[in-house]
Every structure is written in structure tokens, then in C-alpha cells.
Design a protein. Structure first.
Length: 133
């Protein structure tokens, strides 16, 4: 088993009605990563800023976000994520655009994400809702 430790730094600011955020994550492993490791230990990862999960051994990840929560009921947002990996896996980039609709006790979230793994581009749609207490 290969254990992974992530160290993350976050910064955020609000400028007028725009929220800016950034997260940097650096991953380290308790064992050396060899090419055979990826076959022996499939690693499925959740990366900050991505809706979808990826397979690989991340080395570092940057996420930048913009949000406009001050609009009535509707809060649009944008996000960009860049992830580098161990071994020879290509750098990935993801672009996300979405909106959160605040219906008092219910929040509805709709997102489109374009994920580029360095070889192919895939689009993902997601729709979610949550109860607020």
C-alpha cells in the first residue's frame, strides 16, 4: 500500500461583490512511486476544484475560483484547476462554470466542467440540491 499525504494552502478575498479564492496542494508519498505502482495500486483521487475523480498519483494542484454570491437568489461561479502528476502522466486542466440557486431552505447547484487530461477533453454536467438547516 502506498500512503499519500497532502499539504494544502488556501487564500481568499472579497473585492466588492466578487469572491476570489486560490488553493495549492502538494502531495507526498511514503514510498517511491515506480511505473509498476500504478498497475499494482490503482489510485482514485478527489482533486480540489474538480467534480469528477481521476486516477493517478498527483504531485501538485492549483485551483483558482471566482464567485458572485451577492446577486439575489442566483450565485454564478467559475473555477480553473491545474494538476501535475508523478511518473509520466500528463498535466491535467479543468475549467468549471456553474450557478447556485438559493431557494431559502433548498440550494440547487448546476455545473458544467471541461476536463483536459493532456490527451483528451471530456465534458461533465452535474446537478445537485441540498437542504439548509
Amino acid at each position: 500500500t502506498i500512503n499519500q499525504t497532502d499539504l494544502s494552502f488556501f487564500a481568499g478575498a472579497k473585492v466588492l461583490s466578487t469572491q476570489l479564492s486560490g488553493t495549492y496542494t502538494r502531495s507526498s508519498y511514503d514510498k517511491a512511486i515506480a511505473a509498476a505502482s500504478i498497475l499494482a495500486v490503482p489510485k482514485v483521487e478527489n482533486i480540489t476544484g474538480l467534480n469528477n475523480v481521476i486516477q493517478g498519483f498527483p504531485e501538485s494542484s492549483w485551483n483558482f475560483g471566482l464567485a458572485w454570491p451577492s446577486l439575489p437568489m442566483v450565485s454564478p461561479f467559475l473555477s480553473y484547476t491545474k494538476t501535475t502528476f508523478k511518473l509520466s502522466q500528463k498535466t491535467s486542466k479543468a475549467y468549471m462554470a456553474g450557478v447556485t440557486v438559493d431557494l431559502s431552505m433548498v440550494a440547487v447547484n448546476a455545473v458544467y466542467e471541461l476536463y483536459n487530461n493532456g490527451s483528451t477533453k471530456d465534458g461533465f454536467y452535474s446537478l445537485g440540491a441540498g437542504l439548509r438547516f
